[in-house]
Design a protein around this ligand. Structure first.
Ligand code: HEC
Length: 185
C-alpha cells in the first residue's frame, strides 16, 4: 500500500519535471530571440553613427537609442528587457540586482576559462519569473568607448553624459555586460 503511494508520488513528480522542461525550453527560445533582436537593432545603429560622425557622435546616438530600444522591446514583448553590467555606464539603468550580479560573475569566470562571450548565456526560473541573460563580449569596435585608452574627446563626452561611468578599461573578448530578460510566469 505504502509502496504504491510512494510509486505514484514518484511518477507524479517525474511528470512535473518533464512538463516544466519543454516549457522552459520555449521560454529560453523566446528570450534568445529577444536578446538577438536587441543587439540586432542597436549594433547597426552604433556602426552607422560611428561612420557618420565618429565616436563622440555615436555616444550621443547610443545614449538616446539604447534605452529606447530596451523600452520598446519591453512594451512589445511582455518581457522586461534591459542591459546590465558589473561596471555600469548608465548608472540609472544598468545596475544589476543580486541574481544578475551572481550570473555576471559566473559569466566572467566562464569567459576567463575559455568560453567565447557570444556563447555565454544562462536561464532559470526564479520566484515565479523566468530569467535569462546573454553576455555581450568586447569586440574591436567596443574598445573606442569601453577600452583602456580612450581618446580625449571620447573621455570628455562620456563624462558629460555619464558622470558615474565605470564602463572603461576592458580588453578584447571580455564580458562587457549582458542583456537581461525576465518574464512573469
Ligand atoms: C560610441 C561609443 C560606444 C561604443 C563603440 C560601444 N558602446 Fe557600449 N555603451 C556606450 C554608451 C554611451 C552606453 C550607455 C547607453 C545607455 O545610456 O543605455 C553604453 C552601454 C553599454 C552597455 C549597457 C550597460 C551599461 O554599462 O550601461 C553594454 C552591455 C555595452 N555598452 C556593450 C557594448 C559592446 C559589447 C560594444 C561593442 C560591440 C559597445 N558597447 C560599444 C557607448 C559605446
Amino acid at each position: 500500500m505504502y509502496r504504491l503511494l510512494f510509486l505514484s508520488l514518484l511518477i507524479a513528480s517525474a511528470a512535473t519535471v518533464l512538463a516544466s522542461e519543454p516549457e522552459n525550453a520555449s521560454l529560453e527560445q523566446g528570450a534568445r530571440q529577444l536578446a538577438q533582436q536587441f543587439a540586432g537593432q542597436l549594433k547597426p545603429q552604433l556602426k552607422k553613427a560611428m561612420a557618420a560622425g565618429g565616436p563622440t557622435h555615436a555616444i550621443e546616438v547610443c545614449a538616446n537609442i539604447a534605452p529606447r530600444i530596451a523600452d520598446s522591446l519591453t512594451a512589445q514583448s511582455g518581457w522586461l528587457v534591459r542591459r546590465v553590467s558589473l561596471k555600469s555606464r548608465n548608472a540609472s539603468r544598468a545596475q544589476p540586482d543580486k541574481w544578475e550580479q551572481a550570473v555576471l560573475q559566473q559569466f566572467d569566470q566562464r569567459q576567463a576559462a575559455g568560453e567565447p562571450a557570444a556563447a555565454i548565456n544562462y536561464g532559470e526560473t526564479v520566484n515565479g519569473r523566468y530569467r535569462y541573460m546573454q553576455a555581450q563580449g568586447v569586440e574591436a569596435i567596443c574598445l573606442t568607448c569601453h577600452g583602456e585608452n580612450l581618446s580625449e574627446p571620447v573621455r570628455a563626452t562620456l563624462e558629460q553624459y555619464y558622470p558615474d561611468d565605470w564602463a572603461t578599461g576592458y580588453n578584447l573578448g571580455q564580458v562587457r555586460g549582458a542583456i537581461s530578460l525576465s518574464k512573469h510566469l
